[in-house]
Design a protein around this ligand. Sequence first.
Ligand code: FAD
Ligand code: NAI
Length: 464
Amino acid sequence: MADYDYDVLVIGSGPGGYVAAIRAAQLGLKTACAEGRETLGGTCLNVGCIPSKALLHSSEIFEEAYSGALAKFGINITGATLDLNQMHAEKALAVKELTGGIAFLFKKNKVDWLKGNATFTGTDTVEVAGKAHRAKNIIIATGSSVTPLPGVAVDQEIVVDSTGALALAKVPEHMVVIGGGVIGLELGSVWRRLGAQVTVVEFVDQILPGFDGEVRKESAKLFKKQGFDIRTSTKVTGVTVADGKATVTIEPAAGGASETIVADAVLVSIGRRPNTDGLGLDKAGLAVNARGQIETGHRFETSVPGIWAIGDVIPGPMLAHKAEDEGIACAENIAGLTGIVNHDVIPSVVYTMPEIAGVGLTEEAAAARGEIKVGKFPMMANSRAKTNRDTDGFVKVIADAKSDRVLGVWIVASLAGTMIAEAVLGMEFGATSEDIAYTCHAHPTHSEALKEAAMAVQGKPIHM
Ligand code: FAD
Ligand code: NAI
């Protein structure tokens, strides 16, 4: 340790960084975490996963109460009104509690919180708020930020990114969402439920890139049923703002006649890009790849010994749980243990209603690799979903035709985000579809649909 200030210095306190810091401290390493924001928790806790899920939850309850959808259960609510300020306040409270929770965990685990932006001044030194800190190991966990759309200026009032869309002061009459990915559909759902007309403009021919083809089609059908206007194969060529309104010009992606949409809010959600500006990577002897990411080996060490990187700033899906698992594995590798992340088995969940979840290969990717068997089971035939009147969606299990090993599971269902965990666990343990089919599932639960989809792979579902 001699002249090092720390064994481990983590840059960034998002789900990757704060988890890495806590695990390193748990393993007996003297640890610090530098954070440029006022509060800990990164994008996820401050302006990502947590506030978006807070608004998804409250907007869902509002729509249920307001729309009369509960009347069929014998619950008549008249005069339900929206107090948007209170909805934002409750969201802010959840964020405050959770970010404060990380500060508590840092204290408990004796992780030093260095307040300010960190910049490399050498391969083992960073400067934070004018003070140099030397560390034996430095973990870069600086996350990502919104990708700007050239020619479209975000003002966070009319033209917003995800951060602005989490804080709109009033419900827009018409919102145009640019990009039909996860953020566009989640935050579009929030404002649609609260009363906005929502138009999604998506450049490619389907929403939800990376998801299974059938899931993308079914989701688009369900979102349209909910009132979303989805314009695929369409590009935005310009946005102008005047008198509190935005005029969005769109045209077919392949070129053609343009049209304009007048909107009260425009959400730019065309992806995110790694944060490396101002980090002084050159001083550390590091460079980014063509996509702006920092490359690492499977142990999360970069090309410079002692400098590690995890989370959104490295290749792979930009997901909080992926960042967390990499944080744990990275800290364990630094401590001399064997930290591994199985990047083939990372679930993705879209927290709309119904939820959309998947893990492993899409049917298209699996079929391209070899012979497969596919089992599908509709939520319509699941007794619990039928009883609860939430029968939208299906479960699909994709297995290798010869070994029966599960290669991918895709779920569209109200509880898909919870149900996918079982599939993830099964795949992590190398389950076959038969293993899942012969595992006892509690009745009546939505999870039985996964068992039945696995039985369908064998050609023998009971309830279909
Ligand atoms: P981040 O969480 O981005 O944290 C990086 C931190 O580093 C930031 O706090 C930043 O201030 C700090 N930092 C950057 N540079 C420096 C520096 N030089 N010095 C000091 N500090 C620095 N993922 C999910 O899995 N589930 C979800 O439901 C989900 N919802 C989302 C909703 C929205 C609206 C958004 C935008 C994202 C969502 N994500 C979700 C993605 C998730 O937030 C990210 O994948 C995750 O936060 C990445 O974690 P990270 O630790 O790599 O980086
Ligand atoms: P995304 O990559 O999910 O979707 C962006 C969409 O925009 C794509 O469909 C793409 O084809 C489209 N697009 C790109 N350029 C366009 C253009 N010029 N015009 C119209 N459409 C265009 O990115 P998104 O939604 O911004 O989310 C960023 C990241 O945040 C994702 O990687 C996601 O993993 C993460 N996230 C995860 C959540 C979750 O796990 N529930 C929730 C929110 C975000």
